[in-house]
Design a protein around this ligand. Structure first.
Ligand code: GDP
Length: 297
């Protein structure tokens, strides 16, 4: 996967100019900051995030020990790299499992973000880590969505819990957790309904499910290709529902990277997984340091 081609290309070019440079003046650093700033804004990174990021690296980069070091160019590049990791969330953020199984994960997000696919992907990934997952179809408004989860479950050979003709997602979720206890599934992944826009009804329903099953984690699925919108959606869901982490999907098609670089700072919540393709094995845990290296080359 090539990561954020546009952004990577521009940043790498700027870095290359600097890397081998023996002497670096304050003016050089300023010029570099200007170029980085432009590259980030073009990549659709949130304006405030860009501003703070540039301030931080500028402050560190014009320090005397950097400018007077033997390899100032390299030092500046190193600072950019470190701050990029910080921006992406620093440490890998894993799903926390309950000491009293089953662990319940509530998957939320707008329609089309990749929620159903991601529920299946995640179930399969965590099964590889020894979990016994149960998928739960709570998108009661679209029979096609329930069918879709059943197809995904069938492909992965993972059971899907539904209650036919029941249109109450709270009941379905509650019964699913009981069923998981009974069948000794230690992981319950609940796929919920999404809408084209955030509205009160969607949030109320999710709040009701949250109250009923007390999930260990609420994971928000967002489409990275929607850029700043993805970040706004994350912020709203976090304010209204409280989320524990974000799964950024369609990173394979996202050439800008604005969402990936803004989500953590804007919402305070980490990116936990990334979707990198349509296939059910195309999900990866998110590692900030690896992503930073991929961006800077
Ligand atoms: P939902 O409405 O949120 O449940 O979204 P779906 O799971 O139905 O996904 C919507 C579309 O996005 C489907 O065509 C998926 O195959 C596609 N999709 C989901 N995740 C990814 C991803 O990481 N990469 C790509 N390229 N497509 C994805």
């Amino acid at each position: 996967m090539s990561v954020f081609e546009g952004l990577s290309g521009k940043l790498q070019e700027t870095m290359k100019k600097f890397r081998g440079q023996g002497r670096v003046s304050e003016k050089d650093v300023k010029e570099m900051m200007r170029e980085i700033k432009l590259a980030l804004l073009e990549a659709d990174v949130n304006f405030k995030v860009v501003k703070d990021f540039i301030n931080k690296i500028s402050e560190r980069a014009v320090g005397q020990d950097v400018l007077e070091s033997l390899t100032p160019g390299q030092q500046v590049v190193k600072i950019v790299h470190e701050e990029l990791i910080e921006l992406l969330g620093r440490e890998q953020s894993k799903v926390t499992f309950s000491s009293k199984p089953p662990t319940v994960l509530l998957m939320v997000g707008l329609q089309g973000s990749g929620k159903t696919t991601t529920s299946g992907k995640l179930a399969s990934l965590l099964r590889k880590q020894g979990k016994s997952p149960l998928l739960v179809a709570c998108d009661v408004y679209r029979p096609a969505a329930i069918k879709q989860l059943q197809v995904v479950g069938g492909q992965l050979n993972i059971p899907v819990f539904t209650i036919e003709n029941n249109t109450n997602p709270v009941e379905i979720a509650t019964e699913a957790v009981k069923f998981a206890n009974f069948k000794q599934h230690d992981l319950v992944i609940i796929d919920t309904a999404g809408r084209l826009h955030i509205d009160e009804k969607l949030m109320d329903e999710l709040l009701n499910i949250k109250k009923a099953v007390n999930p260990h984690e609420i994971l928000l699925v967002v489409d990275s290709m929607t850029g700043q919108d993805a970040v706004n959606v994350s912020q709203s869901f976090n304010e209204k529902l409280g989320i524990d982490g974000v799964v950024l999907t369609k990173l394979d098609g996202d050439t800008r990277g604005g969402a990936a670089l803004s989500v953590k700072t804007v919402t305070g919540k980490p990116i936990k997984f990334i979707g990198v393709g349509e296939k059910l094995n195309e999900i990866e845990p998110f590692f900030p340091d690896r992503m930073a290296s991929r961006i800077l080359g």
